[in-house]
Each structure stands twice: as C-alpha cells, then as structure tokens.
Design a protein around this ligand. Sequence first.
Ligand SMILES: N[C@H](CCC[C@H](N)C(=O)O)C(=O)O
Length: 289
Amino acid sequence: MSALVGHRYAKMNGIGNEIVVLDLRATQAVVTPAEARAIARAPGLAFDQLMVLHAPTTTGVDAYMRIYNNDGSESGACGNGTRCVAWMLLQGSRERAVTLATKAGLLPTTRDGDVTFTVDMGPPRLRWDEIPLSEPFADTTGVELQVGPIDAPLLHTPSVVNMGNPHAIFWVDDVKAYDLSRIGPLLEHHPLFPERANISLAHIVSPEAVTLRTWERGAGLTRACGSAACATAVAAARLGKTGRRVRVAQAGGELVISWRESDGHVLMTGPVELEHEGVLPASVFAGAA
Ligand SMILES: N[C@H](CCC[C@H](N)C(=O)O)C(=O)O
C-alpha cells in the first residue's frame, strides 16, 4: 500500500488554479511521479499542482514544499499553491506569517485577510542561463523565437523570466485570439527551453493592468498561474509597458503583483478557496502506474 494513504489533504484553488495540499510532515515518505499522477486522476482530487508539505530541515522554516504538476513532473515554484499552503498552516492559528522553503529558495508568506495572502516570491532570475535557455541571449526582454510563417509570425519575440520556474511571455492584443492548447505544448517543448517552459500570452490593458492566459509546463491550460503573473509583471516593467505594481487578470480571477524597488523581490497577493478536506484513501492508488 502507498505510504501516502491516511495522510491529510485539502483540495483548494487559488483563483481557479486547482491545488491539492498534502501534509506529509509526520512521515519520511516522498511522493513518486506515479503517485502524483494517481492523485490527479482520483475523483474530486484533479489538480494542476500538488503541494506536498515535508518537515522543515532548517530553523525558521515552517515547512519544506515539493511541488508536482499533474503529469508527475516537479516544479520549483507555484504562487497560487503557496497561498493555499499558507492557509493550511495558519488555519486556526493567530499567527499571520509563515516561511516556506522549496528547492528554489525561501517563500515568506503573510495573511492579509481571512483568505487573502501575500507571498514573497523572491527576486526574478533574468540571465539566459538562469531561465534556462539553450543558447545565449544578452537581452532576455525579447528573445528570438517565433510561431508561424517566417515573414508573418503569429507570435514572436517573447520575454523570458525565471520565477523559480521558467516562463516565456508573448505580448499580444487579444489573449483569446490564439489556440493556446495547440501552440502551448509546441512551445513548452521547444529546444530553446532545455527544462521546458510555462508559456503565457499577455495583453497590456494599462500601466497598472495586464490580462494573461497561460499554458503550464506539465499541467496544460489552467485558469490561473501565480508565477506566470509574477514573471509577466517583471517583464512588462522591464520593457516600460507598466509600472512595478500591476493587477493581473486571468480566467479564474485577479492577483496584485509588486516588484519591490528596494530589494528586487516580487510580491504576489491574492485569495484562496477551500473546496474539501480529508485523508487520502487507499482507493486512489489502486492500479496506479
Ligand atoms: N500554477 C503555478 C505554477 C506552476 C508551474 C509549473 N507548471 C511548472 O513550472 O512546472 C503558480 O501558480 O505559480
């Protein structure tokens, strides 16, 4: 039987980004890619990201998180899921702050209201080999990549940003005018991105507002992606398209993103929603492969 059976989970969402938080702090067990895929297929547990809590190994950290996409692959960041984790850890507590650790670094998170949280997503990484890209580009605000005919590309010159995970952002007039479910997987797996990439279409509404759609690496089209909102806000500010504080609207709702001047950290604010809680039943893993 899977060592995950009997551990507590919460099915949540962060503005429509489907999240399962699984608390493994009481065990040494680690989720395998096959187990992550089995949970994603279980009735009522379909997720875009699975946030797994492990006991912290460093003082001052409340939990270490491993983040899985629904294809079983791992990610270094998930903004919407991190707010859900903070909700779970602060549930019933008077504390207002938690510090979470991932393989990409520390994520201090504060509660701003009952269901509203701000995550310090840390500084973006902007050098080509930090994204990573497979070939050098001095300027990552626009790299050579296009979709469609060479002389009349449909999409071209994305900005690239690493927010703990790789993002490419194409600037468009209408985010709904493209078949992202067809274009997304081609770009996610493009040879320019040796670790694959999250692919976003962004429309600048005003210097304070952006509309966004994202095809997520390892999860496909989602209703919202927090790290994509952060990456887009950084890229838009670098290009002078917006200021350093923007509202980012996605299919599932809105986030406020601030790229702090003093230390270059990106702050993401938004709500979470609890759908149901329980303990993982053995049936989830029956016949898992
Ligand atoms: N939905 C997440 C990001 C998931 C990223 C994942 N698809 C990857 O980079 O592998 C968010 O709110 O930030």
